[in-house]
Design a protein around this ligand. Structure first.
Ligand SMILES: *Cc1c(COP(=O)(O)O)cnc(C)c1O
Length: 437
């Protein structure tokens, strides 16, 4: 499969090159030149297949010969090592739980799949590549865990000091080895700005080659399609049309869902549920950074939205027939968490709660569907910002307790590009001398 830059449809690259580059040289996002169609028979019999087979069927056409089937099967096996349960929360309302991976948020699948692909492509290279990534919380942990110990890959994660949850911080600062964290005195947007400047800095890149692991990377974006197939596989026997609500920040996850639908997966409607960083609900207005409870969705400029526009060939009418977007405040989010817990004893995290609210709002005016919202993180990740009454209900998985005893290791730094650049060059040199010894 080839990919073109959304800035210039003539610029075409292979899957391999799209993964290694992340972003096209003209700063456009990569997009597949064609949308593969799944056979009807595969969709009709989807409940007979196991998740790994489904994943391979779905992703293989996007990769083609760049990764041989055997290696791809292995990458998928190492990616999908945990379940995606669908829980009934209310009549016709289901939570698809995507938080059973190592860092307790849905980004584990994309990060692990991308690590597998990059590891495969870099296997023969001598010089290590550095994955440089800014995080508002969950990306950093998923990337740290997914790329941990991948040969030939170093990871540097920038996160805004004091603006990620305690558990999120532990997840990205305690692994060590090839993973390092920079704690930036600033906001997530500052972190992103620093990362963008580094990508534009050719002299730096000549000395320390960089790549990104944000959802702009096709190897992180596309495997998120798996969730929607897993959900459909489970609701298929209910014989009702499905609508899916996705708590959205950068719109990578929901865009993957819409790609799955374009391939032939029967989803009647998508709902993008956002917090008050509501650029898409307000469509063209510019969002300002506002810290919220659902911090993984604090994105002022949802980069993947241009891919959604492209999926609909810039046809607003068709887009609006498939996608509705709603915004919710923190007060509404907390009220939903409390209400659902009181009535159903189901504890949602703030992101899932935003998804739940969007689903309910849509279903109020569109009854008769089977409604699914994506529960994108485990509530324990946001324990320190949840109301006390709910905090007590959290059941922390064992892998969280283990983190408690580990020491945080991060370099505290001003949001200053010259300082970060200097640090990147120094630590890179250190790596070279250490290797030479
Ligand atoms: C990243 C994240 C989101 C937003 O996903 P996008 O693909 O950026 O829209 C939602 N919930 C959680 C828990 C996340 O970590």
């Amino acid at each position: 499969m080839q990919y073109y830059s959304l800035q210039n449809h003539q610029h075409r690259v292979s899957f391999r090159e799209a993964v290694i580059r992340g972003l096209a040289p003209d700063k456009g996002l990569y997009f597949p030149v064609e949308i593969p169609r799944l056979e009807k028979d595969f969709i009709e019999r989807i409940d007979e297949y196991d998740p790994q087979y489904i994943a391979r069927k779905v992703i293989q056409p996007f990769i083609g010969a760049d990764i041989p089937v055997q290696a791809l099967t292995q990458i998928i096996r190492e990616t999908l090592t945990f379940p995606f349960p669908l829980r009934e929360v209310e009549d016709n309302v289901y939570a698809l739980e995507l938080f059973h991976g190592p860092t307790l948020a849905f980004k584990d699948v994309g990060a692990r799949f991308m690590a597998g692909c990059l590891g495969y492509f870099r296997k023969e290279e001598e010089k290590p590549v550095t994955v440089l990534v800014a995080t508002s919380g969950d990306t950093g942990g998923a990337v740290a865990s997914g790329f941990y110990d991948v040969p030939g890959v170093e990871v540097v994660i920038l996160y805004p000091s004091g603006k990620v949850s305690d558990l999120q911080e532990k997840q990205l600062t305690t692994l060590g080895r090839n993973i390092r964290a920079l704690e930036i005195k600033g906001t997530f947007d500052d972190c992103q700005r620093l990362v963008k400047m580094a990508f534009l800095d050719e002299e730096l890149q000549a000395r320390r080659p960089l790549t990104s692991a944000n959802s702009i990377n096709v190897a992180r974006w596309l495997p998120q399609m798996f969730y929607y197939f897993m959900a459909y596989r489970k609701v298929k026997q209910m014989k009702k049309d499905a609508v899916i609500s996705v708590p959205s920040g950068n719109f990578g996850n929901i865009c993957a869902g819409m790609m799955a639908a374009a391939m032939g997966l029967p989803v009647s409607h998508f709902i993008a549920s956002t917090n008050v960083n509501d650029t898409v609900p307000r469509f063209l207005e510019n969002g300002k950074y506002v810290a919220t409870l659902s911090n993984a969705m604090d994105v002022a400029d949802p980069s993947n939205f241009v891919r959604i526009l492209q999926l609909f060939a810039q046809n607003d009418r068709a887009l609006k027939a498939s996608l509705t977007a709603y915004r919710f405040t923190d007060e509404q989010t907390v009220a939903a968490m409390e209400d659902v817990y009181a009535r159903r004893r189901y504890l949602m995290d703030p992101h899932g709660a935003v998804g739940y609210l969007g689903l309910k709002k849509y279903m109020d005016s569109h009854p008769g569907y089977c409604g699914i919202f994506l529960e994108t993180a485990h509530p324990v990740k946001f324990a320190n910002t949840m109301p006390r009454s709910l905090r007590e209900a959290i059941q922390a998985p064992e892998r969280v307790m283990i983190l408690d005893g580990l020491e945080k290791e991060a370099v505290l730094m001003d949001a200053d590009y010259a300082k970060m650049r200097e640090w990147l060059l120094q630590t890179s040199k250190a790596a070279v001398t250490a290797d030479a010894k």
